[in-house]
Design a protein around this ligand. Structure first.
Ligand SMILES: [Zn+2]
Length: 380
């Protein structure tokens, strides 16, 4: 059985496949990650459950509501017909990639068809969504980014006339959907390993303070110090937080001590590169999930102090590297129950939010068995 404490030792897909050699091990690993504080019923939350012996391993029954469940029930893996091992391999590849894996490549690597890989990838992205009640703290850099689309106006003084091959980022005023990005600043000069700051993203319809305000409050704790550019909306919103520092890019000011928005701008660049280089396109309908994947991965890095020899002298340097993969998976599945995803008739996917399992029980108990079965059936 794979213990989730042995995480540091898995460094390659080959090693991962050796550690999780069969479906039984994969199932036990999944159970350990979904039920980190003990097994519970995904429908009523009851902790009293019993194992059902039979040909299908991993099946349990709730002693309170009498309904059967598995580790996948009411998670984005709900009703999957694919082996759990495939899922874990897909998750491994997604977590270990730098900017994501396209469904075409994922399908090739784990040996499934592209349509299934596309759905798996979206299910993984749904797992990556941070819990709504978790807010960023400390010092937080905020910025907006528009992915895809052409800029409305071209700044000739800065970027040159049209037709010259000079990078001209899509931005304010363009038709492209805009995203609000917030990142916790990672402390500089770390002594031991330090987690990278968490990242939050949200699609926004307008750049006005009235629109951004509530979205920002949903992502960032009011006790934080904000760092941003001198955007009018950010200037207005800064007053409702503990502190607010700005850098004025139009005055060629990019950093003032540790006041800067370089971390968030680095992340914005990752979004653009992933969009262009990995996925090429995403619809507005699913865009939020793609960006949540990038945000999750960015937050799964740690800065580690390592030594190296330079001309015979031992020197220390800080290196940013991904956290051990099983630690990442543990975090990924911590809030899996209550998030479901189904195929729609048009081969798209929709999310089903069942964040209130207790309320479901009364209605479901009254419904007929046939209806319950229909509810549990998912065409994958
Ligand atoms: Zn139950």
């Amino acid at each position: 059985m794979v213990s989730i404490r042995q995480s540091k030792q898995i460094t390659s897909l080959e090693e991962f496949r050796r550690r999780v050699p069969n479906e039984e091990t994969a199932l036990r690993l999944l159970e350990a990650m979904v039920w980190q504080n003990g097994r519970f019923c995904p429908r009523c939350g009851g902790a009293e459950t019993r194992s059902i012996r039979g040909p299908r391993p991993g099946l349990y029954e709730c002693c309170a509501c009498r309904r059967q469940f598995r580790a996948t029930t009411r998670t984005p893996l709900h009703g999957t017909k694919l082996p759990i091992r495939r899922w874990l391999e897909a998750i491994y590849l997604t977590l270990m990639s730098s900017k994501g894996v396209s469904s075409v490549v994922l399908a090739r690597q784990i040996g499934i068809d592209q349509a299934s890989a596309w759905k798996i990838a979206h299910a993984i992205r749904l797992l990556m969504r941070p819990p709504a009640e978790e807010h960023l703290t400390g010092t937080v850099e905020i910025d907006t980014v528009a992915v895809a689309g052409d800029p409305k106006k071209r700044n000739i003084r800065r970027y040159g006339p049209v037709g010259k091959h000079i990078y001209n980022p899509p931005g304010r005023g363009s038709e492209a959907p805009t995203t609000l990005v917030a990142i916790e600043k990672t402390q500089a000069n770390v002594t031991t390993s330090t987690r990278a700051g968490r990242v939050r993203v949200a699609a926004i319809d307008s750049l006005s303070a009235a629109h951004i305000g509530p979205i920002l409050s949903g992502m960032v704790d009011s006790g934080t110090v904000l760092h941003s550019d001198d955007d009018t909306a950010f200037r207005k919103l800064g007053a409702s937080f503990s502190g607010h520092e700005t850098v004025v890019h139009s005055d060629q000011e990019f950093a003032r001590g540790d006041v800067h928005i370089n971390t968030v701008e680095g992340f914005n660049s990752t979004i653009r590169r992933a969009y262009l280089g990995v996925w090429h396109y995403w619809s507005e309908e699913h865009g939020q999930r793609y960006m949540e994947e990038l945000a999750f991965r960015a937050g799964q890095r740690e800065v580690v102090r390592k030594t190296r020899k330079v001309r015979g002298k031992v020197k220390m340097r800080s290196i940013s590297e991904p956290r051990p993969v099983l630690d990442q998976m543990r975090e990924l599945f911590a809030h899996a129950v209550g998030r479901e995803m189904r195929r729609t008739e048009t081969w798209s996917v929709i999310e089903i939010d069942r964040s209130t399992p207790a309320a479901q029980v009364t209605t479901r108990r009254g419904s007929s068995l046939k209806q319950q079965k229909a509810d549990d059936h998912i065409p994958f």
